[in-house]
Design a protein around this ligand. Structure first.
Ligand SMILES: Cc1cc2nc3c(=O)[nH]c(=O)nc-3n(C[C@H](O)[C@H](O)[C@H](O)COP(=O)(O)OP(=O)(O)OC[C@H]3O[C@@H](n4cnc5c(N)ncnc54)[C@H](O)[C@@H]3O)c2cc1C
Length: 452
C-alpha cells in the first residue's frame, strides 16, 4: 500500500529536529508535526533561556573574583531582552520556512496515532500515513501533591524561564539541576530563595561529596536550604503565599517554582489505539535501536524516559535516523555527561561510587582540591575554588566515573567522558600532557592519587 511519507516525526524538540534533518538529508520524504513551536521545550522554556539567564550573574561574580576588576552592574531589562531574542520571541516562523525550503512537510497541530500497518496519524482532522513514525514528544513538568497548589502562584520551568520580573521571594520545590540553577540565578538577582528538597541532599543522584559542595556554594549565595523536608500545603495570605512544610514550619513567598521532575508526554498520543503500552512513568520504552515496536514505531528524547537531556535526545536521533537510513547503530549510554550550569559549574560523568559498588567493582577513588594543587585557579580568580573526584576500576585499570565542582567544569568533564567511553587505559592517561596552566591538569594529579 502506498504511504504519504517515508517518515513522520511527531514533536519538533531538539530530538525531533535532529532526526528530521538527518532523514531529509538522507533523501527520505519526511513530515514533521508540532503542536506548539519548532525547537520544543529546550529552545524556548528550558536549556536556552536558562543558560542565557545564568550567564550574566555568573560573569558578574567572575568579574568580582578577578584581580583589579569591579563588580559590574547587571541590567535586568537588557538581560530580559537578550533572553527574548534567544527564545526567538516565541516565534518559529523562520524555522518552519527553513524546513519547507529543505523539502520537509511541516504540519502545525496535535498528532494522534490512529492506525498501524501502515502507520497512520490524525492531525487537524487530516489523516497521514508513513512507513515509520518517530515519537519525539518530550516531557512535561510534574506537579507534586501539595494541598492548595492550584490556588497560589506556581511556576513550572515555562514561567520561570520566561519571567518578566524578578520576584522578591521564591520557594523552589526540588533540589535537582533545575532547582539549583534557577535557585542560584534568582538568589543572585536579589530574590530571597528557599529550596525545599525531600531527600537529605541536593542533586541526590550524584556523589554525596558533590552535593555537600553545592550546598555550601548555595549557602554562600544566601539560599535557605530545607533538606529532608517536604512542602505539604500552600495557601494565599493577603498579598503573598504561605508554604507549609512537613516539620510544621512555614515559608512566606511570592511564587512557588516546581523542579520536581518530568513526565514523558504520551497521554493522548493514541498509543493504546495501536496496541502500544507505556511504563508506569508514562515513558515509551525502546530497544537499543530506539525502536518502540519492530514494525516502524520509534521513540527518542525525553519521551523514552532515558537520561532526559538534550544531548541524549540528539544522540538517539542520530541512531534512529541512521538505522532508518540503513546504517544500523545501537545506543550505548556509557558516559553521558551531566552538567549543572551553576557557578562554579557542576559536572559529572559515568558511575557514582554507589553505582560502582552495586556492580561489584573494586574501586579506587581520589579527590583533588584543585586550588591547592594547580596554578590555573589562582590566575583565574583571587579566591579560587575547585574539586575533582575520580573513580576507577582497580581490576581493569580504567576510569569509571568523574565529578567536578569548578570553573568551566562543564567543558573539561568531557576528557573524563571520552576516557570512560573509549576505555582509555589509566597508563595512557598518566602519560598525557595537559597544557599549563589549565584546569585540565587536575586529571593527571587526581589520577596519580588513585594509587593504581
Ligand atoms: C529548566 C530546564 C533546563 C534544562 N536545561 C538543560 C540543559 O542545559 N542541557 C540539557 O541537555 N538538557 C536540559 N534540559 C532538558 C531538556 O530540555 C530536554 O531533555 C529536551 O528538551 C528533550 O528534548 P525532546 O526533543 O525529547 O523534547 P522537547 O524539547 O520536550 O520537545 C518535544 C516537542 O514535542 C511536541 N509535542 C508533544 N506532543 C505532541 C503531539 N501530540 N503532537 C505534536 N507535537 C507534540 C511539543 O510541543 C514539543 O515541541 C532542561 C530542562 C529544563 C526543564
Amino acid at each position: 500500500m502506498s504511504v504519504d511519507f517515508d517518515v513522520i516525526v511527531i514533536g519538533a524538540g531538539p530530538g525531533g529536529e535532529a532526526a528530521v534533518s538527518r532523514l531529509a538529508e538522507g533523501g527520505l520524504r519526511v513530515a514533521l508535526v508540532e503542536r506548539e513551536l519548532i525547537g520544543g521545550e529546550c529552545a524556548y522554556w528550558a536549556c536556552i533561556p536558562s543558560k542565557t539567564l545564568l550567564r550574566p550573574p555568573e560573569a558578574r561574580a567572575e568579574a568580582a573574583g578577578a584581580a583589579g576588576l569591579e563588580r559590574p552592574d547587571l541590567d535586568w531589562s537588557d538581560l530580559r531582552e537578550y533572553r527574548d531574542y534567544m527564545i526567538r520571541h516565541l516565534d518559529d516562523s523562520a524555522q518552519v520556512e527553513g524546513y519547507r525550503e529543505q523539502g520537509v512537510t511541516v504540519v502545525k497541530g496535535v498528532a494522534r496515532l490512529v492506525g498501524r500497518n501502515p502507520w497512520r496519524i490524525e492531525v487537524n482532522g487530516q489523516r497521514l500515513s508513513a512507513e515509520h513514525i518517530v515519537v519525539a514528544t518530550g516531557s512535561d513538568a510534574l506537579r507534586p501533591p501539595i494541598d492548595g497548589l492550584d490556588q497560589v502562584e506556581v511556576w513550572t520551568n515555562r514561567e520561570a524561564t520566561t519571567l518578566r520580573e524578578i520576584p522578591q521571594r521564591a520557594v523552589m520545590v526540588g533540589g535537582s539541576a533545575v532547582g539549583v540553577e534557577l535557585g542560584q540565578f534568582l538568589a543572585r538577582m536579589g530574590t530571597r530563595v528557599t529550596i525545599v528538597q525531600r531527600g537529605p541532599r541536593l542533586l541526590d543522584r550524584e556523589e554525596p561529596r558533590l552535593s555537600e559542595l553545592v550546598a555550601e556554594r548555595l549557602g554562600k549565595d544566601g539560599v535557605d536550604l530545607r533538606l529532608g523536608r517536604q512542602a505539604t500545603a500552600a495557601h494565599r495570605d493577603g498579598d503573598h503565599t504561605v508554604v507549609e512544610l512537613d516539620d510544621g514550619t512555614r515559608v512566606d513567598t511570592d511564587v512557588i517554582i516546581l523542579g520536581t521532575g518530568r513526565r514523558p508526554r504520551t497521554d493522548d498520543l493514541g498509543l493504546d489505539t495501536v496496541g502500544v503500552e507505556t511504563d508506569d512513568r508514562g515513558a515509551l520504552g525502546v530497544d537499543e535501536y530506539c525502536r518502540a515496536t519492530e514494525d516502524g514505531l520509534w521513540a527518542l528524547g525525553d519521551v523514552t524516559g532515558i537520561a532526559m537531556f538534550t544531548h541524549v535526545a540528539l544522540y538517539q536521533a542520530r541512531v534512529v535516523a541512521d538505522t532508518i537510513l540503513g546504517r544500523s547503530r545501537r545506543t550505548d549510554y556509557t558516559a553521558v555527561p551531566r552538567v549543572v550550569f551553576a557557578q562554579p559549574e557542576i559536572a559529572a560523568v559515568g558511575l557514582t561510587a554507589a553505582q560502582a559498588r552495586d556492580q561489584d567493582l573494586c574501586l579506587a577513588t581520589s579527590e583533588l582540591d584543585i586550588a591547592a594543587s594547580l596554578a590555573r585557579p589562582w590566575t583565574y580568580e583571587t579566591d579560587p575554588l575547585g574539586t575533582l573526584g575520580l573513580l576507577a576500576d582497580r581490576d581493569r585499570r580504567l576510569l569509571v566515573g568523574a565529578w567536578a565542582v569548578a570553573p568551566l567544569a562543564g567543558e573539561w568533564i568531557h576528557q573524563a567522558a571520552l576516557a570512560i567511553r573509549a576505555q582509555i587505559p589509566i597508563d595512557t592517561l598518566l602519560d598525557g600532557i595537559a597544557q599549563f596552566p589549565t584546569y585540565s591538569e587536575a586529571y593527571l594529579k587526581a589520577i596519580e592519587r588513585l594509587g593504581l
